[in-house]
Design a protein. Structure first.
Length: 570
């Protein structure tokens, strides 16, 4: 097996710890290389008990891990591994081994959640809350056949604790629920409220903002309360004031907030979640929204999923609400049926739904081994969207058209990967091999705080009719369009196709999801589910049937101690 760059970084880290250690050892070297590799792969820690006596491949060759008990004692005597509370490069918490900073991040999150979810807000008036819930949602019937109003229950939980998670699949009304919750919150606490709406990415913040603005129009409340509901949503980086010097808001300079709502929380990695919680004052409540079945963050951690499982295991279900009714996908929806089967790990059942001609909103196309046919069909789809964008009467309209259709790929590399689809698009649309051309879809790859452009933001290169047809990079910013000379753009790439990871926080009317012809470690149930649930009206999945079924069977597991800590088992 080839040793990759991640393995080599682990080897350098092991060399460094060996020089620092009082008593270097093979056991320390193995542990250092494994924790480096696993953190790079998204894990927060490694479990010595799980690795005990296992054979692993390291740059030095294949080695057998020591027995967990003896391994633990050797590490603790090395001088560079400490127990919780000690200041050492590595922290060993029972059998879980962490880089120190990740142990501190995890402790910050666990302590925050446990403290907040057990506290009732001081302003809470239960009788007034019940009356408000009945006004907004309707009084519950006494009939035994009445279904539970999950949105009403979620609002009740969110207002009765200083910390709550509302989770649910696509179309279950998470942001509508939040808008109603904000009404009741403000009715009880308007004079002392400072509310913030946030999300991990620019596009997710824009979606949250649009959803809240739309929901406000239908709310049953006074004009004063409606006016007090914030309409602007920002990225978490902007909320906390991220700069090259670090975070503006932190424990010693807390964010002036009484309530923070974070949408698409499944995308928030452990370091960012810890930074957010560190910046909130003691009186501030935090509400997380997200789909716990989606892909975890690109960076280390699976925080939302771990919190949900930990709260359930620890009996703290008053701080956890799940929305179970999908208003977007009815009983006859192919997308709804497909996403449920994928979530259950039933790959063959999901494939049968895709092959069912009676469900027109889901389609399977088998392009395994037929590259010429693949390129022909993907070109037709790309040209159709490109022509519509070029025919738009304004930059606003052109940017909105990007939400009608998306090509999502499981991988960056390969025949059906993002890079190849973008090459195909460039071959078709570029003028004389120019880098910038009218209608080029782009994605920002590096945060630029001065321009307020962030990793994952998407835009278009368009001819600006107000500037004699000069090419401008255009990005939607609420009701406005940010226009820049292309030369001012931070690092970016074409975005005629994007990875499923990069598509999180977005939704599109129609989606083509590209599955590679051979199995990959990246392919998993969560990736397929996330790709499917970006689609609102229809989805086509292209690829190999056997690979699709296998991908649905494979789950992503990220090691951490957060679930255990929240369950009271740490």
């Amino acid at each position: 097996m080839e040793i990759d760059q991640t393995h080599l970084l682990g080897s350098h880290f092991a060399d460094y710890l060996g020089r620092l250690a009082d008593t270097p050892s093979d056991e320390l070297r193995i542990a250092a290389q494994l924790i480096s590799r696993h953190t790079s792969a998204g894990h927060i820690c490694i479990d010595l008990a799980e690795l005990s006596d296992a054979d692993v491949l390291l740059p030095d060759g294949e080695v057998r891990c020591p027995d967990a008990g003896a391994w633990r004692q050797t590490l603790l005597s090395s001088g560079v591994v400490g127990e919780p509370g000690e200041w050492k490069p590595l922290i060993l918490d029972d059998t879980l081994l962490y880089l120190q900073r990740y142990w501190l991040y995890e402790k910050k999150v666990a302590d925050f959640v446990l403290e907040k979810c057990r506290k009732t807000p001081g302003w809470l008036n239960v009788e007034r809350l019940d009356a408000g819930l009945d006004r907004i949602f309707g009084r519950e019937s006494t009939s035994a056949n009445t279904e539970t109003d999950w949105q009403k229950e979620a609002v009740r939980k969110a207002l009765c604790r200083k910390f709550c998670v509302i989770t649910g699949g696509p179309g279950t009304g998470k942001t509508t629920t939040v808008a109603r919750m904000l009404v009741l919150y403000l009715e009880q606490n308007q004079s002392e409220s400072t509310l913030f709406l946030a999300a991990p990415t620019g596009k997710a913040a824009a979606r949250l903002q649009d959803s809240i603005r739309h929901a406000k129009l239908l709310l049953d409340c006074s004009p004063e309360v409606k006016e007090a509901i914030p309409e602007e949503a920002v990225t978490l980086h902007r909320l906390l004031g991220r700069s090259s010097q670090g975070w503006h808001y932190h424990a010693k300079n807390p964010l002036p907030a009484s309530l923070v709502v974070v949408d698409e929380a499944s995308m928030v990695d452990l370091p960012l979640m810890a930074a957010l919680m560190d910046a909130l004052p003691e009186h501030c409540a935090l509400l997380l929204l997200g789909d716990r079945d989606q892909l975890a963050s690109v960076q280390p951690g699976s925080v939302l999923g771990d919190i949900c499982k930990g709260l359930a295991r620890g009996g703290l279900t008053d701080a956890l609400a799940e929305l179970k009714t999908s208003w977007r996908f009815g009983h006859d929806s192919g997308i709804g049926a497909l996403s449920r089967l994928v979530n259950q790990g039933d790959g063959q059942g999901a494939l049968d739904v895709l092959l069912d001609n009676a469900l027109p909103d889901v389609v399977w196309r088998d392009f395994a081994g037929t590259q010429d046919l693949f390129e022909h069909h993907i070109s037709l789809y790309l040209k159709k969207q490109h022509d519509k964008i070029q025919g738009a009467v304004s930059a606003n309209e052109a940017l909105s058209l990007m939400g009608e259709f998306a090509v999502l790929a499981a991988l960056r590399k390969g025949d059906s990967g993002v890079e190849n689809v973008n090459r195909i698009a460039g071959r078709i649309f570029a003028d004389n091999d120019d880098i910038f051309y009218n209608g080029r879809q782009i994605m920002i790859l590096r945060n630029h705080y001065g321009l307020q452009l962030y990793n994952g933001d998407t835009g278009l290169i368009l001819r600006d009719k107000e500037a004699d047809g000069a090419l401008k990079a255009c990005f939607a910013e609420g009701d406005h369009v940010l226009k820049l000379l292309p030369a001012r753009l931070p690092e970016h790439e074409s975005a005629f196709a994007m990875t499923v990871h990069k598509s999180q926080g977005s939704e599109f009317d129609h989606v083509v999801l590209l599955i590679p012809a051979t199995m990959s470690q990246v392919l998993c149930r969560e990736l397929v589910y996330t790709g499917i649930t970006r689609a609102v009206k229809s989805i086509e999945i292209w690829g190999d049937k056997d690979v699709f079924v296998e991908a649905v069977k494979q789950r992503t597991i990220r090691r951490s101690g957060l679930e255990r800590a929240l369950a009271g088992e740490g």
